[in-house]
Write a protein that binds this ligand. Structure first.
Ligand code: DGP
Length: 114
């Protein structure tokens, strides 16, 4: 099966500024940042979206949240505060069909989102 765009980034076939990686996930800077810090955290496994998660993905999800916390600390936004966003499906604004967590910070963020 054709690799997703984010699999190609994880496999370093497409360049990206990777800020963290391990055997389960990769974190890299968004190409179109919406805040001074905008990092995407993805599982290496090409899970298409939140909607396609299985019960067996629960340990992976726990790991991803720990990585999100650590990336926020590493980026220096943990103390000021930050936001984690997962867009799911068409109405949710998802454009890349590979589960990803947006980690946004470095400025006060507005609420609600559009
Ligand atoms: P979403 O709309 O939630 O599916 O977010 C997809 C994000 O992926 C969007 O903020 C832009 C980012 N993105 C798309 N293509 C690339 C790419 O080639 N490199 C990087 N670093 N980010 C990308």
């Amino acid at each position: 099966m054709e690799k997703t765009l984010f699999e190609k980034i994880a496999d370093k076939e497409i360049p990206a500024e990777i800020v963290y990686e391990d055997d389960q996930c990769v974190a890299f800077r968004d190409v179109n940042p919406q805040a001074p810090t905008h990092v995407l955290v993805i599982p290496r496994e090409p899970i298409p979206s939140l909607e396609s998660l299985a019960e067996t993905n629960a340990p992976l999800l726990g790991h991803l949240w720990m990585v999100i916390r650590d990336v926020a600390r590493q980026e220096g936004i943990a103390q000021g505060g930050y936001r984690v966003v997962v867009n799911c499906g068409q109405d949710g604004g998802q454009t890349v069909d590979h589960l990803h967590f947006h980690v946004l910070g470095g400025r006060p963020l507005q609420w609600p989102p559009g």
